[in-house]
Design a protein around this ligand. Structure first.
Ligand code: SAM
Length: 214
């Protein structure tokens, strides 16, 4: 039988800590969440490899390092209400659920949203709500959010997400063209926002009213 906890420890040490992620709570969450239960069964063997993997509907579960990097960039303390755009497999959602008070997650493709929601419920994550819809519009009824994470590449920062970020909140989003993006962290201070570049990444497209056209 495969020892997944051993694979997870190695993933954290060799792919994540080795590349500079230092937040102990993030490392612990990555060591705990069963990534192999978020990939298609035929991908079980590859679940802890250093790469994104296909999850159907032409979408991917992000590389473990990317998940850890973006989560660390959100600077979560455990009390936050978090909005995630791009539920995909629900793996990043599970990591966020370990590190915050409540997670609201939006996925454009209904089949993925349904599967992720079922999976997260079966795994006992109670502080998560998954809904199918266009995440570029945010989740106005649940706003404001202390942290917002977008796990698909956007042509620009969707205005509704900036509006739904609370004072002192953080938004982490890859912004660029269809082929490459720069990870941006936005910090809100009153009506002001400060933007920081955190390096190059590559994501599938954010498609929606304030994203790429279909
Ligand atoms: N974080 C995910 C995980 O852990 O599996 C991976 C996300 S995948 C890289 C990006 C996801 O964003 C895809 O599932 C895609 O359907 C979704 N997406 C793209 N545009 C979206 C939008 N406007 N609203 C919500 N989800 C969107």
């Amino acid at each position: 039988m495969i020892d997944y906890s051993d694979k997870r420890r190695r993933m954290v040490r060799e792919q994540i800590e080795a590349r500079g992620v230092r937040d102990l709570a993030v490392l612990k969450a990555m060591e705990k969440a069963p990534r192999h239960l978020f990939v298609p069964e035929v991908m079980l063997e590859q679940a802890y490899e250093d790469s994104p993997l296909p999850i159907g509907s032409k979408q991917t579960i992000s590389q473990p390092y990317t998940v850890a990097f973006m989560t660390e960039a959100l600077e979560l303390t455990g009390n936050e209400k978090v909005l995630e755009i791009g539920t995909g497999s629900g793996y990043q959602t599970a990591i966020l659920a370990e590190l915050s008070k409540e997670v609201y997650s939006l996925e454009r493709i209904p089949e993925l949203a349904k599967l992720a929601s079922k999976r997260l419920a079966e795994l006992g994550y109670k502080n998560v709500q998954v809904r199918a819809g266009d995440g570029t519009l945010g989740w106005p009824e649940a706003a404001p959010f202390a942290a917002i994470i977008v796990t698909a590449g956007a042509p620009e920062i969707p205005e509704p997400l900036l509006e739904q970020l609370e004072d002192r909140g953080r938004l982490v989003i890859p912004v660029g063209d269809k082929y490459s993006q720069t990870m941006i962290r936005v910090r809100k201070r009153g009506q002001e926002t400060a933007r920081e570049s955190l390096g190059p990444f590559r994501f599938v497209e954010l498609i929606g009213e304030h994203g790429h056209r279909e």
